[in-house]
Each structure stands twice: as C-alpha cells, then as structure tokens.
Write a protein that binds this ligand. Structure first.
Ligand SMILES: [Zn+2]
Length: 398
C-alpha cells in the first residue's frame, strides 16, 4: 500500500531525536539572542543616552532645547501724537486712542540715524524759503511717508512747511515746521510714523481747569490761518497765528456766509497757543497786577489772574480748535457780527464755548468771542439740548 509505506519511515524514528527543521530554528533563535544581547550591551557600554540614564533614575528628561530664535531687529517706536493720548487719558477719547505718553520717548529724541542720514554736524536746518538738493531729499521723504502730495521741487514752500509740521506732530516732535537735526534724523531713520498711521484728530477733546492738557501736547495738522484763508475773509491780528486745518476751513466757510449776509471786518485775535505761550500770558498778567498793586503777594496776583486767564495747560487754545473772533476797534459783544455768529456758528461746527449760563460747569467767565470747533454733528446736538461741551461729553458717554 503506497500510503502506509510513505509514512512508515516517520514512525521508525526515535522520539528523542530532534527534527532537523526544529534544530535549525533553535540555532537561529540562539544566534539572534546573542546578537541582540551583544548589541544592547555594546550600546549601553559605548554611549548611554541621557534619556536612558534619566529613565533609569526615574527622572523625566528635559524637553529638547529649541533652536535659538534670532533676535528681532531693534526697533524704535516713535511716540504717538500727543493729542491721542490726551483724549484717552481722560477717558473720552475712544478705544482707538493710544495710551497716554505725556513726554516724547527719549528713544525718539536720540534715535540713531541710519547710515544714509546726513551727519548731524553737516546737515543744515531746513526751513521755509530755502532751496537745494537737501530740500528735495526732505520733500521726497515726506512724500514717501504720505505727508506731502506735491512733487519734490527743491523749494521749501508753505506746503513743505505744513508737511513738516504734520510729520512732527504725528511723531511727537515739537511741531515748529523747521526741519532741524532731530526732525531730519527721525525722518530718514525708517522708523517714523507715516501720515496713514496717525490717529484721527479728536475734535471733541476737552480741556478745562479740571482736565488740563500736558505741557508737551501738540495737536496735529496746524496751519497758518493766512495760508488757508484769504485776507478778504478774515484779518489775522498776529501774523503767523496757527490753528487746526479742518477748523480753519470751517471758519472760512462760516465767515464767507456772514459776508454774504453783509457782515465783514472779522478778525482773529487768537487761535492756537502753545503751553509756553499760555504761561507767558499768565506771567504777563501777574506782572501787571503787581505793578498796579505793589502790596499784593504773588499768590494774590496769580489768583486775580486766574479769574480771566486760563492757567497753562487748561486753555483749549492749546488744542488748535478755538478761535477768538473780534472786530477791530470795537467791543465785540453786542456787534452785528457777534449776533450773526452766535446764531449761525453751529451750522459750521462751532460752539460758543463759554456762556454765563454754563459758567459753573465750564469754569470760565462768558466769552462771546471765543468759538470752539467740535464738528457740525456735535455742535447741533449741543445746541438742540442746550449742553456745553462738558455736558455733551457726559450725556453722550464719551
Ligand atoms: Zn479764547
């Protein structure tokens, strides 16, 4: 029987004799075990890893050290314009305003000019009336930052001056329109704020005895009134008097309308005043009281002064939004011009800032000649509700 014959040799083998296949497998397993053990021992003996050692000691290994990040280029952030912090400081400037930084940061003042900047010792102070290649370079830099729309022609005219003033105001520099060492260094540094980065002007900024403005507060966009308005529309008592551009343009529209109604001879006695100029007014008044009343103490002269002159920092003339409008040679109160302006000023965004009725709120005596620009919308709401600026800000929750 073929089947039984083929199986008989298997039956003939003794049980103790290992199967050849099993022997091969056992041998292979033994070799593999030796290899594995020797490899592990070699690794342990050669280079014990920190992880292995730590694990052995029950220590959690420290996370891998990240690749060192390259330090960012040092940046110098120019000081935000003063008007924005001012509003924010008093809580009615809106959330978009920047934190209050009363003093221009020293890093702006000492910003190291880039290699392309002119050396401080060789750069001349650039101002209106000058011309040359350095003026061209100034104009190009102002244009690049959005402060000047004219082409750079190398002639330092009114537009260039206004651009410099705006650049300075936005960047926290003294806005005098003179491109000196400090202004040029920042302008060419590549670190200055562009015109587009300037926060919007706060036309509702409140400045009064209780909420003074900082000494270094400089409003943006100041212009010489004479550069914006024709002498046929308004006479400027002190040539060079400046004010906010938008407020000045509104003033022009208002006075032109008054002229159409047959009134003229308007004069601007005062508009923008710096903190120092306001302090000078105070000092002059104190000196006058003392000369007239030699027995008075300085404190008494000062308190007499403060009855009519705002302490430095508390005059809203420092905002560039206020105008003292008068008629030369006559007392303004009671004139046809005064009556017309009181009746129509809100249509042009102005309010009569100080009235007898609101004296206890504003802290100032009535001034029929003092007009403050707040914008048409706000002026109309104030008129409709008979609110002064302080009341408007309170009611509107600004
Ligand atoms: Zn005034």
């Amino acid at each position: 029987m073929p089947t039984s014959r083929r199986t008989s040799p298997m039956r003939g083998k003794t049980p103790q004799q290992p199967n050849p296949l099993l022997r091969v497998l056992l041998a292979a397993a033994a070799v593999g075990l030796i290899v594995l053990l020797s490899a592990g021992m070699t690794r342990l003996l050669q280079k014990p890893s920190a992880d292995v050692l730590a694990a052995a000691q029950g220590i959690t290994p420290a996370p891998p050290t990240p690749e060192p990040t390259p330090s960012p280029e040092p940046t110098i952030t120019p000081t935000p314009p003063m008007y924005a912090p001012f509003g924010a400081q008093y809580g009615y400037g809106g959330e978009e305003l920047l934190p209050h930084t009363p003093t221009p940061a020293p890093d702006v003042r000492t910003a190291t000019p880039s290699p392309s900047a002119p050396a401080a010792t060789t750069a001349r102070l650039l101002k209106k009336g000058m011309s040359g290649s350095d003026v061209t370079r100034l104009q190009q830099a102002l244009a690049d930052l959005g402060y000047l729309s004219d082409t750079a022609d190398g002639q330092f005219g009114t537009n260039t001056q206004n651009a410099v003033i705006l650049f300075q105001a936005v960047n926290g520099l003294s806005a005098d329109g003179l491109a000196g060492e400090q202004t040029l260094a920042l302008l060419y540094s590549g670190r200055a704020l562009s015109a587009a980065e300037a926060p919007p002007m706060d036309y509702l900024v409140l400045i009064n005895r209780e909420q003074p403005v900082d000494q270094n507060y400089v409003p943006m966009d100041l212009v010489k009134i004479e550069d914006v308005l024709s002498g046929d529309v308004v006479k400027v008592k002190y040539s060079g008097t400046r004010a906010n551009r938008t407020a000045t343009e509104a003033l022009g529209k208002m006075l032109e309308a008054a002229m159409e109604d047959g009134l003229d001879h308007f004069q601007i006695s005062s508009a923008y005043r710096t903190y120092a100029e306001q302090q000078q007014l105070v000092d002059n008044s104190v000196a006058e009281y003392r000369s007239k009343n030699p027995s008075w103490s300085r404190d008494r002269c000062l308190s007499a002064t403060y009855q009519t002159v705002a302490p430095a920092g508390t005059s809203e003339h420092q905002s560039g939004l206020a105008f003292d409008i008068t008629v030369p040679g006559v007392s303004f109160t009671g004139t046809e011009q005064q009556k017309w302006l009181h009746e129509h000023c809100t249509e042009y965004g102005f309010i009569v800032r100080f009235t007898e009725e609101k004296r206890s709120i504003t802290g100032f005596l009535a001034e029929s000649w003092h007009f403050r620009y707040v914008g048409v919308e706000a002026a109309e709401v104030m008129e409709k509700n008979n609110w002064c600026l302080e009341e408007y800000i309170e009611h509107m929750n600004l």
